[in-house]
Write a protein that binds this ligand. Sequence first.
Ligand code: GUN
Length: 283
Amino acid sequence: MAKIIDGKAISRAIRCEIAEAVKKMDVKPGLAVVLVGDDPASAVYVRNKKRACEETGIRSESYELPCSTTEEELLSLIGTLNKKSDINGILVQLPLPKHIDENKVILAIDPKKDVDAFHPYNVGKIVTGDYDFAPCTPKGVMSLLERSGIEVEGKTCVVVGRSNIVGKPQALLLTHANGTVTVCHSRTRNLKQVCLTADILVVAIGKADFITGDMIKEGAVVIDVGMNRKDDGKLTGDVDFASAEPKASYITPVPGGVGPMTITTLLENTLTAAKMSLGKDTE
Ligand code: GUN
């Protein structure tokens, strides 16, 4: 029987710590959340981000713009937010409507306010290991491992998925934690054999129930980053929980595993940005 990593409980504990830290600050951290268009999933994420800010005492400003917003208008808003001294973090919810170039938008965000860590400046800092922010989901996974007492050092880690938001930065964070990391993707040959080497398996491939128990080494730690909506409306991960759980030593459920950690890490990054703006130690 695997131990279930309770992302909700770990998230709650971290949010309490953030709220305590915010309470001690004379000036509350401020996060701007920008949503363009009417994608229902994005609207839910944005609502949850605002609610999490309220819970922890972080001030949030939301900018909900119509789908017809031009790239120029969005870039102009980002320019304004970059200059606002009471805004420490800027989050532009992705994906953006097709007529807006996401790369241009990411490049326009002041790296010191880039709480998603998507700007190439911050991406470069993550590569070298000298970073202030790490992307929310991979950093959330590292917090889950740490708070569950799971050592990464010396372990064989396999990351399934190579996206810029999760897979690539996840591989870097595990490497910085002294794991030995392999990144797999849709063109990987012998995926099953590679997965079977993993002491820690992180799956972020975006395919429902893609990793099954026969691909998991006995006693492995299984972290499921997937969030797929099934035909019946239920959420399911990228790992087939029923067949994986008997093989794993630890496993994250979906929902209630990695999911809650993404927003919690966003709050952590906003607090870090606010402390940086005050020139305070971020520890
Ligand atoms: N869309 C899906 N995940 C994310 C995220 O972590 N940050 C932003 N900005 N947009 C997203």
